[in-house]
Design a protein around this ligand. Structure first.
Ligand code: FAD
Ligand code: FES
Length: 486
């Protein structure tokens, strides 16, 4: 697996070894779970956090760390889907999330390089009309958007929409600060405690330890143990990032273009972080080409030198551009980040705090996880149909290659009789053989040579070469298999 750019030493935490009680059990220790735990503890709730691996081992340290109200969906699209009143609430909620992060940073003295910066949205020549349309839609949504010349240190961006008072921070340092602040409020945090099941009375870890709690918050990026509810309303994408040496002078700012998939850019010290080149999870295996495309694109618009880092991460799109946040089916969820999960995760934490405290929240209806489709309903069905089409891969022939051809570090799906096997050769030359059947609902996993993982094209579950779950909705590891005759 590639190393996330924002990785840093986070405090080691114990695993949960015995049953316990709390008012709220939060599952997942990324930005959403830790913010929810902190805010709920401020309300006087007794909170336990259960994390599968370590704090921050999900997507939060893989991000470009842009806190903004400029979203992946354009505001003219959002106003078309949700209506103009809700577009204003969308802008208001993402702005409030950045304000809330700034408030927490100040109140808890968290040193995480939080800084207010401008954000610039730009468009290729053929999309200039859309850029002007977006300017109007942002202004109608209440954002302080203006059209400006591109800032110094850039090339050929053309006119840009500038939004002031967006923010940048170091998400690893922020998570470390949240762990400390939550701990001071009495939150009990446990790592290496994967949750196996949950209901409205609490959660149970794979090791069998139960947390009895009146409220369960699922902040696992995609809900675990979820067979039908969310997996079929989320569209998982891999997205790629490179860190290039900066050779010019560019003030700290955020940049996005309007392409689909779009590019996102921000400086970090002497590096320029450049992201994009997204594709559906498990539907391509060409990471190096995507990194090279990002470099080529970056050289057209910024002054950059050699590549220092490259990594990828996962985002979960929704058909209407908004996350699913809040109470549903007796539990609380934060999912469907749509590439804006730092702010969506913070909005979710604020909303869930209010719902558990019994307070009205103006964004509850907007982000309701059980909302009926808004906008084009066919769009909601499209991804489900695409995912279902991958189930047919069991019937496809081929892939009867020889495991002896696999070099150390390589993996491949090989057919043996009626079975498809996920076969990986480790650095020491040993073969690791598992069923290629994803343990969520049974699609065939694909090898991801960039991250050395088995990725499922249906709903985005990912597994390590040893079969362990890296990303839900799957909970169970890939089943071990034998490869006779090798
Ligand atoms: C390359 C990239 C760039 C991005 N850029 C931005 C950006 O600029 N701005 C922005 O707002 N967003 C951005 N995002 C999205 C954002 O980073 C994520 O949506 C956000 O960090 C998700 O936070 P989270 O807390 O919901 O999930 P995560 O950080 O994934 O945390 C979930 C946690 O749950 C744990 N978990 C999973 N299953 C279990 C279980 N069964 N039991 C216990 N624990 C479990 C995981 O181990 C993990 O630690 C980007 C994402 C990527 C990949
Ligand atoms: S993630 Fe649903 S079948 Fe693999």
């Amino acid at each position: 697996m590639t190393r996330p750019h924002w990785a840093l030493e986070l405090p080691p935490l114990p695993a949960l070894s015995a049953d316990t009680e709390a008012d709220v059990v939060v599952v997942g220790a990324g930005i959403a779970g830790l913010t929810a735990a902190y805010l709920l503890a401020q309300e006087g709730q007794r909170v336990v956090v259960l994390e599968r691996d370590e704090v921050g081992s999900g997507e939060t340290l893989r991000t470009s760390a842009q806190l903004t109200a400029s979203l992946d969906f354009r505001y003219f699209e959002l106003a078309g889907i949700h209506g103009e009143d809700r577009a204003r609430l969308i802008a208001e909620s993402h702005t409030a999330a950045t304000d809330e992060i700034e408030r927490i940073v100040g109140a808890e003295g968290i040193e995480c390089d939080f800084q207010r910066v401008p954000g610039y949205l730009f468009a290729p020549p053929e999309q200039q009309d859309d850029l002007r349309r977006e300017l109007g839609a942002m202004q109608a949504a209440g954002l302080d958007a203006v059209l400006v010349e591109p800032p110094a240190g850039t090339r050929d961006l053309g006119p840009c929409i500038r939004l002031d008072r967006q923010a940048a921070f170091h998400p690893g340092k922020y998570l470390r600060g949240l762990v400390g602040a939550a701990g001071r409020l009495g939150v009990r945090l446990f790592s290496h405690s994967p949750v196996e099941s949950y209901d409205e009375h609490g959660a149970v870890t794979q090791a069998g330890a139960r947390v009895r709690a009146a409220h369960v918050v699922l902040a696992t990026n995609v809900p675990v143990a979820d067979r039908v509810k969310f997996s079929f309303r989320l569209e998982p994408f891999r997205t790629y990032m490179v860190a290039l040496e900066q050779t010019g002078t560019l003030d700290l700012a955020h940049f996005w273009d309007t392409l689909n998939p779009y590019h996102y850019v921000r400086p970090d010290g002497d590096l320029l972080l450049v992201g994009g080149e997204d594709h559906g999870v498990g539907r391509a295996d060409d990471a190096e080409e995507r990194y090279a495309c990002l470099e080529t694109w970056a050289r057209e618009h910024f002054e950059v030198g050699v590549r220092r880092e490259a990594w990828s991460g996962q985002v979960e799109n929704t058909p209407d551009g908004l996350a699913y946040l809040g109470r549903t089916g007796g539990v609380y969820v934060v999912t469907g980040d749509v590439g804006n999960g730092l702010t969506h995760g913070t909005i979710g934490a604020m909303l869930i705090r209010d719902q558990i405290a019994g307070r009205e929240n103006p964004w509850a209806e907007l982000y309701d996880p059980a909302r009926l489709p808004r906008g084009n309903r066919l769009e909601w069905l499209r991804e489900g149909v695409t995912a279902a089409s991958h189930l047919g891969e069991w019937l496809t022939p081929g892939e009867d290659g020889d495991p002896a051809d696999l070099k150390p570090g390589e993996g491949a799906v090989l057919r043996r009789g009626l079975k498809k096997l996920a076969v990986y050769r480790d650095a020491a030359g040993e073969l690791h053989v598992h069923s290629a059947m994803c343990t969520h609902v049974g699609c065939v996993v694909h090898w991801n040579s960039g991250e050395h993982s088995w990725d499922c094209p249906c709903h985005g579950s990912r597994f390590a070469p040893g079969g362990e779950v890296l990303h839900g909705p799957a909970r169970e590891p890939l089943a071990k298999e034998e490869l006779s005759g090798t």
